[in-house]
Structure formats: structure tokens, C-alpha cells
Design a protein around this ligand. Structure first.
Ligand SMILES: Cc1cc2nc3c(=O)[nH]c(=O)nc-3n(C[C@H](O)[C@H](O)[C@H](O)COP(=O)(O)OP(=O)(O)OC[C@H]3O[C@@H](n4cnc5c(N)ncnc54)[C@H](O)[C@@H]3O)c2cc1C
Length: 542
């Protein structure tokens, strides 16, 4: 039988690690080398995973089977055998275990997320990484389950059940109750409404209330899926019908006298919950940009083949500009997401009360998550448009990229919540000073003098805006705009610094284009750089 998937997805066969020039440049800049597994993962994604997940998305949804043949409650989420094999394969690449066990820095896990870039299957691994991270860091072998995630033969999965029907952003609205008994903690509640990986997970990190003092009563627990007796420890009421992220089952979960284990020290639950969430926020950022890259790469290949008015699409000046602008936006969001990944890698050992290294990593993560999600939304949408009408057809993989991109600004905290949390790190932790110092130090490393002057001008502008805003009473109202300004200035500075440090003229060009996008978006441009196809031509495939 002939395999014709490459007729509907031209990127098949690309190695998303070694052939992605900007990624390679950035990894060099961040001094991260990976290993052979990561290289194989880059190839596996385009040659097999995208096809499998596209099929799962359209025809192989996870299904909840509540009872077995003997009438016993099992809450089994049935996955297609190909989906199960794909999960096992990704676990074999060490997407979770290598970073959690310390064999590789956390950067390994985050770069894997960029390569996999499927909001569905990667969500299953993100949740597993978060849970394993918490077990390793806060139980550290003290409980029997703390090392289960290392099992190579029967990979282990995790989940995070925080959000409830009445409030996802506002965790103080949690109604799930935790009570300490002589046999340990037990949870009761039926409001966990967005429980992803339910039915797959061997255990979950769960937030619950121990009293009525709002957020101060919130504690974070590990809850195994199976009780000591061997019965189910929590039930799944139903699975959700979603627009995207189809591969990961998201369900409603009920706790009834469920056995639970307190994470860390009493009274610090919200800190642990947020720390664990930082992993999925960095993951979300990298997956968002990864989705954008795959969708845009596919669109670029289309512009090389398709003609209109006697020319290839990528020869029309208007389309050239489109491609170059999208490329710069994508690279800007990639470099800032990798920066967040690097900062998290360096601060993952820190425990509460947190120091400035951790606070700064969290601050950058809020910014990166929004910048990446916005770019992913825009790039995947316009990549569909590049295909014209067929971009809208579900028989090709393009619409799935966009559907999967849309969730990235919602889950793990919406864009408003990222802006408010960023504000909190400024007001309570004083990270703005660290940020401006970081920008200025990086700017000094830019070798192109014109670019350096421009960045200096941009930093001054943003600093002035920030200082005026701090004196006003409209800080909260403007927090998302502030986040965007910070993100744009940091991305610009990082792009130019990376270009200088690794000696890449291409990157310097990208930084010039990004400066226009960020700081002069509505000015008519005569810049020659907007015709320079070298910035995107590396995506060419024979
Ligand atoms: C596919 C999917 C899977 C998910 N999986 C999980 C999971 O596994 N575990 C989990 O715990 N959660 C999960 N979630 C939940 C997700 O994290 C929440 O939906 C999200 O954090 C928003 O919470 P909410 O839906 O309660 O909206 P709300 O908190 O009610 O927010 C509604 C709107 O109000 C805005 N808003 C809220 N407060 C403010 C404010 N102070 N100022 C300005 N605007 C504000 C928000 O930005 C949003 O636009 C999942 C969600 C989806 C869609």
C-alpha cells in the first residue's frame, strides 16, 4: 500500500531539530546541546507523530469506559493503540524522566515540547513532568510512589487538578475539602471540572481547602489514582467535548474520602501550586511556538510550489513581506520562551521562601507564555490563509494546528492572569530592577552599533512608560500592555545579542524586522530587509 501522507503534509521527513536553523542558533546561544534521543525525536515528530495525532484528532478521540464486564467501576480512558504507542515512544525518548531525574537540564524537556508541539499529547507529558517534579522535590523517596515515574517498562503519568467549576483563575474559590485524619489526609469534592489526563494519570497534584481562610487555607496534595485497597481513589464523571487538544482527555473528577499526601509544609500550598504551574507555563510557551513553526513551515513550502498571476507565491512582494514578518514574530517568541526555559532550569532546585533567581524566572515565564500564545494564534491563523481556501479544510493538517494553538492563551492561566501575576512579581518581589539591568547588560553585548543604539532608545522608552505607569492609578488596567512592551523589548534585545554572539547576520536581520513589528507597526516601511528571503529560505525542502 502506498503511503501518501506526504501529499497532504509536505513537511514529512524534516528533522525538526537539526533542520530548524533559528532553533539551532538559539540553542547555541543558550549553550544547550541535547543528545541523540532529542535528534531522533526531531525526526520522529515529522515522520510519524504528526500523522498519528492528526488521525487521533479526527477519528480516535479518547473514550471513557466507566464499568468493566463484571460491573465494577474502572473509569478507564481508552486510547487508540497508536496513540498509546506514541506516548510510550515519547517517554522512551526521556521527555519526562531525563529532566526530572537530573540526567539532563530542564531545557531538555522544554525543547522536546517545542519539537512535539501537539497541545494534546504533549499535555499528557507536561502534566506528568509537573507531577514527577513535585514528587521528586517534595517527597524525595520518602513515599513508595515517589520514584514510580522512573519505571521504564510501564511509563507512569501525572496530572494537575486545580481549576474548579466556580473558578480556575481564582484558586481561593476551590471547594474541594481536605481533612487530616489519623490515617492521613482525605479529600472530598465534586467540582474539579477541567481534569486533563484523567483516566491516564497514575496520580494527580490536587489543590484543596483545609479551612475557610481563603487562599491561606489552600494546600497542595498528591492523590494517587488507586487507593491502598486497590480500588479507585477518585472517579471520572465524564470527558469534555473540546475544540482542540483532542488527544488529552479532559474530564470532571470527583473525590470521595480520597487518600491524599500533603506536599511540602502546611500553609504554603499556594506557593507549591504556583511553582508546579511554572513548568506547564514554560511548556505551554514552547509548545505554542512549536505549533506555530510546524504550521508556518508547511505554509512556506506551499508558497514555493503554488503559483498565482504567473509567479510563485513566495515571489510576490506582498507575500514576501508577510513571510518575513511572520518569521520574525515567531523567532521573537521562540527566543523569549527558551530564555524562560533556561531560567527555570537554573532555579528548579529553589524552595519557598523563594529568592530573586526564582522570582525572575517566574516573571519572565508570565511574559513568555503570553508572547508565545499570541504569536501562535496569529501565525497559525495566517499560515492557514496562505493556503487559501484549502487551508480551511479539515482533510489537511493545517486547521488542527490553529485549533491547538487557541488553547495556549487560556489554560495554565489566561493572558489577563499572566499579566496580573507578572504585576505581582513587580510589586511584591521588586523584579523590575532586575529586568531593566538584564536588558541593559544584554544590550551592551550587541556588536552592530546602529542596532545597539536602537535598542538603547527602546529600553529608555519602555522604562519611561513603566515609571509613569507606576505613578498612576491605572497600573492593573494597563498590565497586559506593559507585559507586551516588556516582552517585545526583551525579545528584540535577545535576538540582537544572539546574532552578535554567535555571529549570525541572519539573526541580526530578524532583529531589525522584529524592531519594526514591535515599535513601528503602523509606519509605512521602505526597509530593504523586508524583501530579504534569506531570513526564511532555510525552510526550503527539495
Ligand atoms: C482544554 C482545557 C484543559 C484544561 N486542563 C486543566 C487541568 O488539567 N487542570 C486544571 O486545573 N485546569 C485545567 N484547565 C482549566 C484552565 O486552566 C482554566 O479554564 C483557566 O485557568 C481559566 O479559568 P476559568 O475557566 O475558571 O475562567 P475564569 O477564571 O472564570 O476567567 C474568565 C475570564 O475572566 C478573566 N479574568 C478572571 N479574573 C480576572 C481579573 N482579576 N482581571 C481581569 N480578568 C480576569 C479571565 O482572563 C477570563 O477571560 C483546562 C482548560 C482547558 C480549556
Amino acid at each position: 500500500m502506498k503511503d501518501k501522507f506526504n501529499e497532504i503534509f509536505r513537511s514529512k521527513g524534516i528533522n525538526y531539530l537539526s533542520e530548524d536553523v533559528p532553533l539551532s542558533e538559539f540553542l547555541k546561544f543558550f549553550d544547550f546541546h541535547g543528545d541523540d534521543d532529542l535528534l531522533d525525536l526531531g525526526e520522529y515528530v515529522s515522520s510519524e507523530l504528526i500523522e498519528i495525532m492528526d488521525f487521533v484528532d479526527h477519528h480516535g478521540k479518547p473514550e471513557l469506559i466507566m464499568w468493566n464486564l463484571d460491573g465494577k467501576r474502572i473509569d478507564y480512558v481508552r486510547l487508540s493503540p497508536e496513540h498509546r504507542r506514541a506516548l510510550k515512544k515519547l517517554q522512551d525518548f526521556g521527555v519526562v524522566t531525563k529532566s526530572v531525574s537530573g540526567k539532563q537540564p530542564w531545557m531538555y524537556h522544554f525543547v522536546s515540547g517545542y519539537l512535539i508541539s501537539d497541545s494534546g499529547i504533549f499535555c499528557s507529558l507536561t502534566l506528568t513532568a509537573q507531577t514527577a517534579y513535585a514528587l521528586k522535590k517534595y517527597f524525595n523517596g520518602k513515599e513508595k510512589f515517589s520514584n514510580n515515574y522512573l519505571d521504564k517498562n510501564d511509563p507512569w503519568y501525572g496530572a494537575t487538578f486545580y481549576s474548579e467549576t466556580q473558578g480556575g483563575s481564582d484558586l481561593a474559590a476551590n471547594k474541594t475539602k481536605a481533612i487530616e485524619t489519623e490515617n492521613g489526609w482525605v479529600l472530598n469534592g465534586s467540582d474539579k471540572y477541567f481534569a486533563s489526563n484523567a483516566g491516564i494519570a497514575d496520580g494527580a497534584i490536587v489543590t484543596a481547602m483545609t479551612g475557610d481562610k481563603g487562599i491561606r487555607s489552600l494546600e497542595t496534595f498528591f492523590v494517587p489514582a488507586i487507593r491502598k485497597s486497590g480500588d479507585l481513589n477518585f472517579n471520572i464523571r465524564r470527558l469534555k467535548n473540546k475544540l482542540g487538544t483532542i488527544a488529552v482527555p479532559s474530564g470532571e473528577v470527583e473525590f470521595l474520602e480520597s487518600e491524599a499526601y500533603l506536599i511540602g509544609e502546611r500553609g504554603k500550598g499556594i506557593y507549591y501550586a504556583m511553582e508546579i504551574l511554572t513548568i506547564s507555563r514554560v511548556d505551554d510557551a514552547l509548545a505554542a511556538v512549536g505549533i506555530a513553526r510546524k504550521s508556518f513551515w508547511e505554509a512556506y513550502l506551499f508558497t514555493e510550489r503554488r503559483s498565482s498571476f504567473g509567479k510563485k507565491l513566495n515571489e510576490h512582494p506582498l507575500m514576501k513581506k508577510d513571510l518575513i514578518m511572520l518569521e520574525a514574530e515567531l523567532e521573537a517568541s521562540l527566543i523569549i520562551s527558551l530564555y524562560a526555559a533556561q531560567l527555570f532550569s537554573e532555579s528548579s532546585h529553589i524552595v519557598p521562601p523563594y529568592n530573586n533567581t526564582y522570582n525572575y524566572a517566574r516573571f519572565i515565564t508570565h511574559i513568555a507564555k503570553n508572547m508565545a500564545a499570541w504569536a501562535s494564534d496569529h501565525v497559525t491563523q495566517y499560515s492557514m490563509e496562505i493556503f487559501g481556501g484549502i487551508g480551511f479544510f479539515e482533510e489537511f493538517p493545517m486547521p488542527k494546528f490553529h485549533r491547538d494553538a487557541l488553547v495556549t492563551s487560556i489554560w495554565e492561566g489566561t493572558s489577563n492572569i499572566q499579566a496580573l501575576d507578572m504585576l505581582e512579581t513587580i510589586m511584591k518581589k521588586g523584579v523590575a530592577t532586575i529586568f531593566f539591568n538584564d536588558l541593559k547588560t544584554r544590550k551592551e553585548k550587541v556588536k552592530d552599533l546602529k542596532m545597539k543604539e536602537k535598542i538603547e532608545e527602546r529600553i529608555k522608552f519602555v522604562e519611561n512608560q513603566f515609571n509613569s505607569l507606576m505613578k498612576s492609578d491605572s497600573l492593573e488596567m494597563n498590565s497586559k500592555d506593559l507585559l507586551k512592551l516588556f516582552g517585545q523589548t526583551l525579545s528584540l534585545t535577545l535576538l540582537a545579542q544572539a546574532g552578535s554572539e554567535i555571529g549570525s547576520e541572519r539573526l541580526l536581520g530578524v532583529s531589525k524586522v522584529y524592531d519594526i513589528i514591535a515599535f513601528e507597526p503602523s509606519t509605512i516601511q521602505y526597509e530593504e530587509i523586508l524583501q530579504k528571503m534569506e531570513l526564511v529560505k532555510w525552510m526550503h525542502k527539495n
